[in-house]
Design a protein around this ligand. Structure first.
Ligand code: SF4
Length: 195
């Protein structure tokens, strides 16, 4: 029988593995048949969109916890969505590190307000945040909206406030955001994807 260098090492490795297991007192065949539990077996899946850039890759988020009263859900794994037409299951390094983003200690979970002259941020409710934004937007637009130029040309523009949109928005919410921004006359409009 001809023994190549590769087959010689294969035989040595399998022989060493079997003899080591046998020395621990386990029947070799039983040990080889044991399969480690798949780590996502007991997770729930939720589809989402990567929030980082305008490519908009689809992701699947796996979480533990069955939503029972005392069980705290936690996202334990994020991967690319193989059924998504944009990325077909792939993720770039930023998308592949989303789990760290989700569990980051510095992640912002609610709106905060810093009063003029203060160096402290105070937590406020979403209602208070939206109300405050709406009031400021209206006040600035009422004051600075330009319907016509000095030559009488109709322009309907508002240059003193800008809008930064989110890259994880769906097509529909992106369309509505664009409509709202442009109907207000706002020209400064950009996307978080370019930040
Ligand atoms: S950051 Fe990467 S994974 Fe996320 S949407 Fe952009 S390309 Fe896709």
């Amino acid at each position: 029988m001809r023994v190549t260098r590769r087959s010689f090492f294969k035989v040595c490795a399998s022989g060493l593995g079997s003899s080591s297991v046998a020395m621990l007192g386990f029947p070799t065949l039983d040990v080889l048949a044991e399969v480690r539990e798949f780590k996502l077996t007991r997770t729930s899946e939720a589809r989402n969109t990567c929030p980082y850039c305008a490519v908009g890759c689809g992701i699947i988020m796996h979480s533990m916890g069955d939503k029972a009263k005392n069980a705290k859900s936690s996202i334990v794994h994020i991967e690319g969505d193989a059924d998504h037409p944009v990325n077909r299951g792939t993720l770039c390094p930023k998308g592949a590190s989303l789990l760290d983003f989700v569990h980051s200690e510095s992640r912002l979970h609610y709106p905060e307000y810093r009063a003029p002259g203060s160096n402290a941020w105070t937590r406020i409710s979403w209602d208070d945040a939206f109300t405050r934004i709406a009031k400021l937007v209206k006040a600035d637009r009422d004051q600075n909206f330009i319907p016509r130029t000095a030559d009488g040309l109709t322009v309907n523009r508002w240059l003193t406030t800008g809008f930064l949109a989110a890259s994880a928005s769906s097509n529909e919410s992106g369309y509505l955001t664009h409509k709202m921004v442009r109907s207000l006359g706002m020209l400064a409009f950009d996307n978080q994807a370019r930040v």
